[in-house]
Write a protein that binds this ligand. Sequence first.
Ligand SMILES: [Mn+2]
Length: 234
Amino acid sequence: MHKEKIRPIKAGCRINDAIFSKVVAHAMAGKFATERDIAKFINAQIRKAGARNAFPPIVAIGKNAVDWHHKPTGARLAEGGFCVIDFGARVNRYCSDMTRTIYFGKASAKEKRIYSLVRRANEKSILKVKAKSDGNDIYKYSRRLLGGYARYFGHGLGHGLGKIIHARPRLSRKKGRLLQEGDVVTIEPGVYIPKNFGIRIEDDVLVTKKGHKLLSHSTKELIEIQTVEFGIRR
Ligand SMILES: [Mn+2]
């Protein structure tokens, strides 16, 4: 019954996973110099896969990621730090949406700790996704998981995916309708430290009768890109 929606979103998620792997490989090979280089590569790969963009990719290095909707610029990746990469393939008009945060250079112990906190909020919140669960409850739960860093989490936890990118149901500070079987929702906690850095980890999750099915499979291990150039800098 939801097949016409679920099949293309799953296909979009597969495309996103494949593109993310390529982005990492190319970054490790030192093929990207700027945010815009990564965004252009993603755009080309989405087209190559026969899909379209669900929205313009976000690539944000360092403090640029404090703006959740940052538009990729000529900012140099060699500046180092976390890099938020948020994009989605649109297949048969249905949107998918995924974010991974990688690191250019070597993350400090503190940065690794905050990254782990966001990852844990993502993974534990996903476990709460099932039919009849309340998005507002899951949102509040994710904030508890972030502890003192919740004050740096300023957007919603997630949204439905459909022909529009920010569909219902919302998982946010506002009460909305309950999740139902056949919904595909995003789970995307983030921490944004003003003038410093941003981290966001986002997956697409299908709501099933008894629980959920994770549709995004890209690794959430923190990937540190340490080409020779970055090794010298940090
Ligand atoms: Mn999203």
